[in-house]
Design a protein around this ligand. Structure first.
Ligand SMILES: Cc1cc2nc3c(=O)[nH]c(=O)nc-3n(C[C@H](O)[C@H](O)[C@H](O)COP(=O)(O)O)c2cc1C
Length: 248
């Protein structure tokens, strides 16, 4: 069994690639319960993006409620843009509280969908990054197949970095930073797909009804009019991104 969270498709693609290669099943945490009793010899995979030096918030919350029985080998694969930092340690600590041993962690570098900072407006650059990630994915699949153990994530940083970055993440995920431009057609895709139900459509425009969200940027990247923007940085200039189609 493989569970994943994905806002713009990178982690979903990795989850589905691993599932296909290992004859396993990949399900989104938005569509499944968090209570598993596996059959003998079955493995458990967790695939998630990395946000601000920590596992994505939806995945953190999911793992905080996870009940897992009988897993032969439990592994984490994090997709990231620049540095996976302390993701292995972050997951290990969360799972330990649930009485679950994390046997292995891996990371795969993919286009960085935090477009307020990173520029995904050049389709050639994005394609090159995706090609590189395919090679990494094949390698990670081989290592999962051989049940390699340990924290195999790249560019590791001490766990303390996560603690330092946490207040910054909490500030940035304040929904006051989001707005919709006049080009918004009120289609409601943003509200329907928000993983934390932070958006409602009022008078044909999105309204952020929660003080904070996960900051996954699914609303921004999936908006058919590219009307949703983030006040900090350069989200408009840096383009939209959804794996596998770059819509710039
Ligand atoms: C709010 C936010 C914070 C992020 N922080 C990091 C980070 O700290 N380090 C990193 O390497 N990538 C970071 N990223 C990039 C994502 O981890 C990366 O693009 C990931 O593959 C997206 O996965 P998805 O398409 O499955 O949603 C961040 C992305 C977002 C939206």
């Amino acid at each position: 069994m493989i569970v994943y969270f994905s806002a713009t498709g990178n982690s979903r693609h990795i989850a589905e690639s691993i599932a296909e290669a290992l004859n396993d099943t990949a399900v989104s945490i938005e569509d499944t319960a968090s209570d598993f009793t596996l059959s003998d010899g079955e493995n458990f995979g967790i695939i998630t993006p990395f946000y601000w030096w920590q596992l994505s918030l939806p995945m953190r919350e999911y793992l905080n409620n996870l009940t897992l029985k009988n897993s032969s080998y439990t592994y984490l694969v994090v997709t990231y843009g620049t540095t996976p930092g302390c993701c292995g340690e972050d997951a290990r600590k969360i799972l330990k509280k649930r009485g679950i041993e994390l046997n292995a962690s891996f990371s795969i570098r993919m286009p960085d969908n935090f477009t307020p900072i990173f520029d995904l407006s050049d389709p050639v650059k994005v394609k090159t990054e995706l090609l590189f990630s395919e090679a990494q994915t094949s390698s990670v699949i081989r290592r999962i197949r051989s049940m390699e153990t340990g924290d195999n994530t790249e560019r590791k940083t001490p766990y303390a970095v996560r603690l330092v970055m946490n207040p910054m993440y909490n500030y940035e995920r304040n929904t006051k930073h989001f707005y919709a431009e006049n080009s918004c057609i009120g289609c409601g895709i943003c509200a329907k797909n928000c993983p934390v139900q932070a958006i409602e459509i009022v008078d044909n425009k999105p309204v952020w009804i929660k003080k904070q969200c996960a900051l996954c940027l699914r609303c921004l990247h999936h908006c058919p009019e590219f009307a949703i923007q983030f006040t900090q940085g350069f989200s408009k200039k840096h383009g939209q991104y959804i794996y596998p189609v770059n819509k710039n």
